[in-house]
Design a protein around this ligand. Structure first.
Ligand code: ZN
Ligand code: FE
Length: 251
């Protein structure tokens, strides 16, 4: 049974995702219950699981209402059990998870938060606020080395892995990316598509790991153009990554 994925816009720029396979249906990162309720009514799907990539309320604020209404089990980072509302099943890299009889890879990707995880279901990576399309999350509970290690882990996924991230930030991320790599042809082409999608009110997810590697500056500290833009031709990858993150914080 192929996996079906429905984008569920929440709050002002969050995305939750309904993931359906056989008799199971999960919602990833429900910020709030109402839009998820509406999506379930529209699809006719019965919620069985609530998945959280990290503890921030704009990713798990809908947990308790949805759990109470549907009896769905809450699955999230075991290392952050105390901060995930209603957590039933704590998972990590060693436990993984199982969804409709298939193995789900759980990657521990700390730095935005200490417990942050990415679920990989078939070829779909739910990256929360760790890897964004054309960006990465802020370093609230980690440092550049930690985030670079986490992003490097995500970069080992096959290039055709789809990236479903926690927010619609692509357009502003891309504007920042172009300040560092104005001559990156793949980035320029992508931004034309992103701008057209946003003008039409369409989401810019999913992306792919392969496309992010070609266009996302946070995955490209080795880029000669980025290094030249930063005046850091001879620095290490972590130092360059840290400088990109620091500049984005002020962009
Ligand atoms: Zn967050
Ligand atoms: Fe968030």
């Amino acid at each position: 049974m192929p996996t079906q994925i429905e984008i569920v816009p929440c709050l002002s720029d969050n995305y939750a995702y309904l993931v359906k396979s056989g008799g199971q249906c999960a919602i990833v990162d429900p910020s709030e219950a109402a839009p998820v309720r509406a999506a379930l009514a529209r699809t006719g799907w019965t919620l069985t699981h609530i998945l959280n990539t990290h503890h921030h309320l704009d990713h798990c604020g809908g947990n308790l209402d949805l759990k109470q209404e549907t009896g769905a089990k809450v699955v999230g980072p075991g290392k952050d059990a105390a901060r995930i509302p209603g957590l039933d099943v704590g998972v990590d890299e060693s436990t993984g998870w199982e969804f409709d009889g298939r193995k789900v890879q759980v990657l521990e990707v700390p730095a935005h938060t200490r417990g942050a995880i990415t679920f990989v279901i078939d070829s779909n990576a739910f990256t929360g606020d760790t890897l964004f399309t054309l960006g990465c999350g802020r370093l609230f509970e980690g440092d550049p080395q930690m985030m670079w290690t986490s992003l490097s882990k995500l970069m080992t996924l096959p290039d055709d892995t789809k990236v479903w991230c926690g927010h619609e930030y692509t357009q502003s991320n891309g504007r920042f990316a172009l300040t560092l790599e104005p001559h990156n042809a793949a980035l320029k082409a992508r931004m034309e598509e992103v701008n057209a999608a946003r003008d039409a009110g369409r989401p810019t997810v999913p992306s792919t790991i392969g496309l992010e590697k070609k266009t996302n500056p946070f995955l490209r500290p080795a880029s000669a153009e980025i290094r030249k833009s930063l005046g850091m031709e001879r620095a290490g990858d972590v130092a360059v990554f840290g400088e990109i993150r620091a500049r984005k914080d002020k962009f």
